[in-house]
Structures are given as structure tokens and as C-alpha cells.
Design a binder for this molecule. Structure first.
Ligand SMILES: [Zn+2]
Length: 501
């Protein structure tokens, strides 16, 4: 296989230092990778968009130094941009609002019909071409779900369809990259949805064909038949899990490697996504490195993980990545990241109690706590795997605590309910050292602030309970009281009752 790469998601709140990146790149090369992609979005100091450069973003100087150091070692460093969809980090910075497609306040996309938006994208591309010297530059292009939304785009779609609009935007960008002597790359998902757009793209464009739950054979074959070079893209399933779906990731990666070889693709790029909302690269790196060994040298999965993380890491990763997800319906592969979604992403930790109370309060989660203990006993005190173990423990114990508080509430003992809930503060604080450690190491700087927000929510609910009238038999349903849209004295709880936040 000519191309053996993986992609680091810098865009999701990451601030890796140069030293950290050097270590990651060195280990990646030793593991057998010959390329690492840096997925940047707004987390790069573009000179054409200085207003978008948030604290800790990657700089052109670091990109140049890494490139110069690792090129002679045979490791390519490829910039991954986004230039149409996933522009939310620009749009939600002061000075970037004008880029938004359509009128939706949730816009994640820029407008392909306005020339000034294409001009903005050209500025970003020029900046990374100056900082990185790899032959390839990835222009993104995935998940452009808002195609045709604004009036101008809608009128264009009437004339040339969404495929035409997509091609009209990306074909000139790809050609401009070729004119600078480099090769453009695009994600494959929109080209699968609108294959007519392929006609307009220069054949030198490399298509990154990503499928995280299925094998890529059918679409990789289609792209190859249409004359394009293809890189098959599986994923390590962190973004959609409590910590990782380990066996599902390995199956996905093996299927892509097999299809890439069979269909004469250039190779495989293993994607890793969204290391925020209480997930961290530190805990996953040995899995990423072991994947390089597997792809480059065909090593046995477990032997590769033992070589990269040690025997105890491999055993603990099996517990966290396979046995814990298998033990509870709520955590199984395919259920999306329900634990982190209900606990932290929705910004109200009581939603975890609401949706997980049956399993969490019963023998299923006695088993999960036991598995957490088993995994923790294997690991040294500084192991980054201790954080995801702690997250699972705290989540179970939190749901059990809320269940006890709810019983007090149902019995009418409001003071005991509030005092039970107050114990949640100390429980949440057990996550703080791990979150702060990850932030210091270049992980999410937002996660410690998210923990503060969970504690604020908890305190707000305690205040609501203390503010309830006494001397009456009526109380709001606990589910209404903990809801974000709760309003005192609204007995029918219209908005919480409708499931509206
Ligand atoms: Zn538009």
C-alpha cells in the first residue's frame, strides 16, 4: 500500500504544542505510517483571516518546522482544510458571520454562490500552501447539507442542480491548487450523493472515500472507474462512543485496507474525530499507533497494541473498548455516544439520569463498576486511560445519586433531596484533574469549563428545589423540575412537556 496515513483532528478545540506533535509524529513514523494529516478548519493562524486565530491554534511556523523535520524521515504532513461545509469556527467568530449560508443561525456552511466566499477560501488555501510543502492539500467538501439554501443558491440549483452548484464551487478551487503545482483532495460523501459533479473535477483530484460503519468497495470502485485516485478512510470510533468501540474500529480498518488493496486505491487514511466533550487523544494514541503497525506490516491487532501501549494498556483498552460497551444496551456500538451526550453534550447532566436510570441503578451497572475497577487496577497512576474509566464510574454513580434524590423528592422531603444532590458536586470534581491535565497537554480547553457548567446546572436545580412552596401537597414532576425549560408555577410545564429545551 503506497499511502498509510492517519488524520489528527486539530479543529475540535485542540491546541497541541510543537513538542507534543513532534512526539506524535515520531511515534507515527516508527509505527509504520508515511503520512499524517492535520485537520485544521479554523484552528490555524491564517494570515488572510487573523480574526479567526483563537488561542493555541497551530501556527505556520510550527507547520514549517514539523514539515522540515519529518520530510527527510519519510513522513508526509498533509494540511486538511474545509472550504465549504464545516466552516462553523469561522462563522461563529466575530468578523466571520458574513460567511454563513442562508439565514439559519445554526449555519455550518459558507455560500458557494457568493464570489467573496470563494475568495475567502482561496485565501485559506494560499496560506496553507505557504506553510506546508506536501504535494497534497485537502479542501474538505464533506457534509455540505445546506447546498441550495439561500435565494441565490436556490436559483442556481434550479438551473444546474445541487451537483452543478457543488462542482461550480469546487472545480475552480481544485484547478487553482493544480496551478500552484499541488494536488487537491476532497472527501467523497457529497460526490457519492451527487456523482454528476465528478465530470467537472480535474482527474488529478484525490478522493477520500470515508465509510465508518461499512466497507468502501462499491464507492471506491465507482471513483476508480471514473478515473480518480482514491484513499479509503475508516475511523477509530471515539467520536460516537463513551470512550472507543475498539473491535468495531478494527473491523472497519481491516475492511478498508482489504478493499484499498483489491481496488488499487492509493491506500488508507485512518480518521480520528472530535476529541472534546470529555474524550482525549492521550488515551487513544497507542490505538492509533497500533493501527499503523497493522496497516504497514500486517501485525496482529493485539500484538501491535501491546507493542505500542504495553500489556496492561491492551487489557484495559479491551475492557473499556469492548467489554463495557457490550455490558449495557445504553453503551453498545451503534447507540451513538449516549453517555457523553446525556451527561455533558446537552449541558444538563440530569438528562443522563432520565435516559439511563434503569440500567444504571441495577445489576448491569454493578457489572460496569466492577469492570472499571478491573481496568483501573491494571494501570499505573499516570495512565491517561484512568480518565475514561473515571468518566464511566462518575456517570453511573451520578445516576444513582439522582435516583436517591428523586426518591426523597417523591416522598416530599425536599431538604433531603437537595442535600443528596449537593453530593454531586464532589462527584463531578473527580473529573477535574483529568480534564485539566488533558487541556494542559493540548486537548480541549473548553472541557474544564464544561464541567463548571454541569456544576452550575446542579446548583440551579438545588435552588429550584429549595424555592418550592412548602405546606402544599403539590410538587412539579421531578422530570419537569430538572428540565432546562422549567418555569416555577407553570404546572402543565408546557415547554418541558413538549420536549423543548
Ligand atoms: Zn448561498
Amino acid at each position: 500500500m503506497e499511502f498509510v496515513g492517519w488524520m489528527y483532528d486539530v479543529a475540535r478545540e485542540q491546541s497541541p504544542s510543537e513538542q507534543f506533535l513532534e512526539e506524535v509524529l515520531s511515534r507515527s513514523r516508527r509505527a509504520g505510517y508515511n503520512a499524517v494529516g492535520l485537520y485544521l478548519e479554523h484552528r490555524f493562524a491564517y494570515s488572510s483571516a487573523p480574526w479567526a486565530a483563537g488561542p493555541g491554534c497551530l501556527t505556520p511556523e510550527v507547520a514549517r518546522q514539523l514539515t522540515e523535520r519529518f520530510r527527510p524521515q519519510g513522513l508526509r504532513i498533509i494540511p486538511f482544510l474545509n472550504t465549504l461545509g464545516h466552516m462553523e469556527g469561522f462563522i461563529r467568530s466575530e468578523g466571520g458571520q458574513w460567511l454563513a449560508e442562508g439565514r439559519s443561525s445554526g449555519s455550518q456552511q459558507t455560500c458557494p454562490s457568493r464570489p467573496e466566499c470563494a475568495e475567502f477560501a482561496r485565501g485559506l488555501i494560499a496560506d496553507v500552501l505557504d506553510a506546508f510543502d506536501d504535494e497534497w492539500v485537502h479542501l474538505g467538501g464533506d457534509e455540505t447539507k445546506q447546498l441550495g439554501q439561500c435565494e441565490r443558491c436556490a436559483a442556481r440549483v434550479e438551473q444546474i442542480g445541487k451537483a452543478g452548484l457543488y462542482a461550480e464551487y469546487f472545480a475552480p478551487l481544485c484547478r487553482s491548487v493544480l496551478e500552484r503545482g499541488r494536488r487537491p483532495c476532497l472527501w467523497g460523501d457529497m460526490l457519492i450523493q451527487y456523482p454528476d459533479a465528478l465530470d467537472a473535477l480535474p482527474r488529478e483530484t484525490v478522493i477520500f472515500d470515508w465509510h465508518y460503519d461499512t466497507r468502501p468497495a462499491n464507492t471506491t470502485r465507482m471513483f476508480r472507474q471514473r478515473g480518480f485516485d482514491v484513499v479509503c478512510c475508516p475511523s477509530i470510533h471515539m467520536y460516537d462512543s463513551g470512550w472507543c468501540f475498539l473491535d468495531a474500529s478494527r473491523q472497519n480498518i481491516d475492511a478498508h485496507a482489504e478493499d484499498a488493496r483489491r481496488l488499487d486505491a492509493l491506500g488508507v487514511c485512518v480518521t480520528t474525530w472530535e476529541f472534546s466533550f470529555f474524550t482525549q487523544y492521550m488515551s487513544t494514541l497507542p490505538i492509533i499507533y497500533s493501527t499503523g503497525r497493522r496497516l504497514a506490516h500486517g501485525e496482529d491487532w493485539n500484538a501491535a497494541l501491546v507493542a505500542e501501549g504495553g500489556k496492561d494498556y491492551a487489557l484495559a483498552a479491551d475492557i473499556l473498548g469492548n467489554r463495557i460497551p457490550a455490558a449495557a444496551r445504553f453503551l453498545q456500538p451503534g447507540t451513538w455516544r449516549q453517555l457523553r451526550d446525556r451527561f455533558v453534550i446537552r449541558q444538563n447532566p440530569f438528562y443522563l439520569w432520565q435516559d439511563w436510570r434503569e440500567e444504571a441503578c441495577g445489576s448491569i451497572c454493578d457489572r460496569i463498576l466492577q469492570l472499571c475497577d478491573d481496568a483501573a487496577h491494571l494501570l499505573p497512576a499516570q495512565s491517561p486511560l484512568l480518565f475514561p474509566i473515571q468518566l464511566h464510574r462518575v456517570a453511573v454513580q451520578w445516576v444513582r445519586l439522582v435516583e436517591r434524590a428523586h426518591r426523597r423528592y417523591a416522598d416530599g422531603d425536599l431538604a433531603a433531596c437537595a442535600s443528596e444532590l449537593e453530593g454531586g458536586h464532589a462527584l463531578f470534581d473527580r473529573l477535574r484533574p483529568g480534564l485539566e491535565q488533558a487541556a494542559r497537554a493540548g486537548g480541549s480547553a473548553a472541557d474544564p469549563a464544561r464541567l463548571d457548567l454541569l456544576i452550575e446546572k446542579l446548583e440551579r436545580i438545588c435552588r429550584r428545589i429549595r424555592a418550592l412552596p412548602t405546606g402544599t401537597a403539590h410538587r412539579p414532576a421531578f422530570q419537569a423540575l430538572i428540565h432546562d425549560a422549567y418555569v416555577p408555577s407553570d404546572q402543565a410545564a408546557w415547554r418541558p412537556g413538549c420536549g423543548l429545551a
